[in-house]
Design a binder for this molecule. Structure first.
Ligand SMILES: [Zn+2]
Length: 728
């Protein structure tokens, strides 16, 4: 890389000793410098100020850590050591709460509820993002830190203020909102009230403003490369809760720091690759994007000073690398009695350093673009993001991963510029879509792209208001009715009521002889989108479906079978074995294939972990891809495939995503998975394989020719393997 590149381009591995208040009296500088070297980091994140100051700040109300004085400037000492080691320095802030003395001095800067009472968290007071605390005080603190120590940049932990479930009624908010929107603040959270929706959008705007305001301040004080960054979550729900429109925020940022330290309940490790790819699409694939990785036992419950199981950290980081994430170790406090936490990072970071040539300067290669958007999360998800939007999205991703398919998340506003990279766009219950987004999907389809949509995709506007019909009715071949079946909010698993005991019927019938053994019976062929389901006419469903009418020229491949009793078993027979209610509708015109999955197979695949739901969804996506898959894999399950291109080179990450513990951060063992057969279509203008290598096993691989493609078999993956093909 060129020597004159700014720090945020060249600093690829990061470390953070997240100081606690007693650290000024016990920090062991020599020990940490050795650890920096062992872990090959290029930059450190050092606690500077905010809630607690680790330097002798001139601001009287800037609460100092224990022992901080003119003679003991811990922050300053660590910065000096880092400079001595040739490391970049990011000064860390954590600024949204203040102690009592601050509250008494500046009551006008506090966030307040409808009764005018200040919002509190534990023994602190929460400051308002529209107050002088953000507009004036913090900017002065940033300037002071720059004057004292000239850090390369800044990061802030809790920069985004109150979450969306709490409205601030302080005088600043009331005045500024009225000036901007012409009305008083919304009286309560009510998604059907346009004023509340205005308030939500106004809050998003303010976070973008804060980002720009802080950058202006740090760049003015420290030069053009002294950038400020708020920590960003890799979780869509969390980002929405904090009004982080990452697409807008990252448009002008050359770097992103992810605070996305662990998977949530029920999630697997491949989610970290998903987050990495989703956010790289926004910040750019040339940007460095480190993610904080706890070396302590995070999860629920969390243990701040106990070691994270090594396997959990290995699997989370390996899946992060597969999504273009860079490593950043994170310890809480500078002194530890559980020293096992120091044994995890060196191996991970040393591998990363050794393999930089295949981890940077690359672009993703995938067959499927999976559509998401902030508006969909907010205005369709509303107060039920988990059930309405997060679960279907996660279910769709998991279905693709389990089937060995490759995907990249695509923001709905970027379809018009990026979708041509994919042969299929998958829209997992993207209910809220604006007209421009609909038009972009239509153009993609008209240009020969294939579209797979699920659930109630396109039935609502960007504000979440119901449209008369699916906005993509013409593309998907269905027109919306009013009746619905099942419940998207959850599943009635009571044996006595069995509200979820529903099925889908695959057409035409092949097994209606009900288990007859006469193999000479001629069974009708099915559409190839249903390949793999030959031996059944039904699949379990249990989900939600809106009755819709199928347009001419489109074919129904599956219908809905309404509920019938589970208990007692004598009653368990289909009273209505057949209906004409469509569940799965396809069409093929030229190169374009469309699938409307009216049944919410994505949500069922996630919530109910239903293997048939995942397999059927993945199968129709596979059919929509057609014969020309760029990269795919046959796996025994539990391995995610992610691929990248460099000039003359294809890079395929195979990551173990097998979580044997559903609780986050509790995986204490690596279970090797294999064999995995990777199929790579030869990219133009490559002719033959020059070399094939496995970067984790540090061995050569065998690439077998298979028509336009090559096939590489990897016997076993522990945490991960990276297959690198150099083309002749
Ligand atoms: Zn306020």
């Amino acid at each position: 890389m060129p020597a004159n590149e700014p720090w945020y381009r060249t600093s690829r591995r990061w470390g953070q000793t997240n100081l606690v208040e007693i650290d000024p009296e016990r920090y062991d500088d020599a020990w940490w410098r050795r650890y920096w070297r062992d872990t090959r980091i290029d930059g450190v994140i050092v606690n500077a100020g905010g809630i607690v100051a680790y330097y002798p700040s001139e601001f009287e109300l800037h609460h100092r850590a224990v022992g901080i004085s003119e003679q003991n400037d811990l922050y300053g000492r660590i910065v000096a050591s880092a400079r001595d080691e040739g490391l970049a320095v990011v000064a860390r802030m954590d600024s949204n709460r203040v102690a009592e003395d601050f509250f008494i001095a500046h009551p006008e800067w506090m966030a307040r509820d409808a009764d005018g009472e200040p919002y509190r968290a534990a023994d602190k007071w929460i400051t308002c993002v529209n107050s002088g605390y953000y507009n004036d005080y913090l900017l002065q603190v940033l300037a002071e830190i720059t004057r004292r120590s000239a850090p390369d940049g800044f990061a802030d932990n809790s920069w985004a203020g109150l979450p969306r479930d709490r409205i601030c009624y302080c005088e600043n908010c009331a005045r500024i909102f009225r000036e901007a929107k012409g009305s008083p603040l919304p009286a309560q959270i009510d998604w059907s009230d346009p004023t509340y929706r205005d308030w939500v959008r106004w809050n998003y705007d303010r976070r973008v403003e804060i980002w720009e305001l802080n950058n202006k301040a740090t760049q003015a004080a420290g030069g053009e490369h002294c950038i400020w960054m708020g920590m960003l979550s890799g979780d869509q729900k969390h980002a929405a809760n904090r009004f982080n429109d990452q697409r807008r925020i990252l448009r002008g940022s050359p770097f992103a720091m992810l605070d996305h330290q662990f998977r949530w309940f029920g999630e697997s490790f491949h989610q970290n690759a998903e987050a990495g790819k989703r956010i790289h699409e926004l910040v750019g694939w040339d940007a460095v994007m480190p993610e904080s990785m706890p070396m302590y036992s995070l999860g629920r419950p969390a243990f701040r000073v106990a070691a994270m199981p090594k396997a959990e950290a290995q699997l989370w980081s390996a899946n992060g690398f597969a999504g273009g994430i860079q490593p950043w170790w994170h310890h809480i406090g500078s002194h530890h009695e559980d020293r096992r936490q120091y044994s995890t990072a060196p191996e991970i970071f040393q591998w990363h350093e050794k393999n930089e040539d295949v981890l940077f300067d690359r672009t993703p290669v995938a067959d499927v673009g999976v559509v998401w958007s902030t508006d969909n999360t907010d205005f369709f998800g509303r107060d039920q993001i988990e059930e309405r939007t997060a679960s279907p999205y996660r279910g769709a991703i998991t279905a693709l991963v389990q089937a060995g398919l490759t995907y990249v998340p695509v923001h709905a506003d970027d379809i018009h510029t990026t979708a041509s990279r994919f042969s299929v766009l998958l829209l997992p219950n993207v209910g809220a879509m604006g007209d421009a987004q609909l038009e972009a999907v239509r153009e993609f389809h008209a240009a020969g792209g294939s579209v797979v949509a699920t659930g109630e995709t396109s039935l609502f506007t960007e504000d979440g208001e119901r449209r008369d019909d699916y906005g993509l009715a013409d593309v998907l071949g269905v027109t919306a009715g009013e009746s619905t079946h099942g419940d998207w909010r959850g599943t009635d698993v009571n044996m006595e009521t069995a509200g979820n005991h529903t099925y889908l019927r695959l057409l035409p019938a092949r097994n209606s002889d009900g288990g007859g053994t006469d193999v000479k019976v001629r069974r009708p062929a099915r559409h190839s989108a249903l390949d793999g389901f030959d031996d059944t006419d039904i699949v379990p469903f249990g989900g939600y479906l809106r009755e819709s009418r199928v347009l001419d020229g489109f074919e129904t491949l599956a219908t809905f079978i309404p509920r019938f009793p589970i208990y007692p078993p004598e009653t368990s027979w289909m009273s209505t074995p057949e209906t004409s209610i469509p569940a799965l509708v396809v069409s093929e015109r030229g190169e374009s294939r469309t699938v409307m999955v009216l049944a919410d197979l994505d949500r069922c695949g996630d919530r109910d972990q239903q293997p048939d739901a995942r397999a059927l969804l993945a199968r129709v996506v596979r059919w929509a891809i057609g014969e020309e898959s760029k990269v795919s894999a046959k796996t025994p399950g539990g391995v995610a495939v992610n691929a990248y291109a460099q000039p003359g080179r294809t890079i395929v990450h195979l990551t173990n995503s097998l979580a044997t513990t559903n609780l986050a951060a509790r995986q204490d063992h690596l279970y090797p998975v294999g064999p995995i057969e990777v199929r790579i279509t030869r990219p133009e203008p490559a002719s033959a394989v020059k070399s094939a290598a496995l970067r984790v096993a540090e061995a050569a691989a065998t690439a077998k020719e298979d028509g336009d493609a090559i096939v590489v078999t990897v016997d076993v993956v522990k945490a991960h393997e990276v297959v690198v093909i150099d083309w002749a």
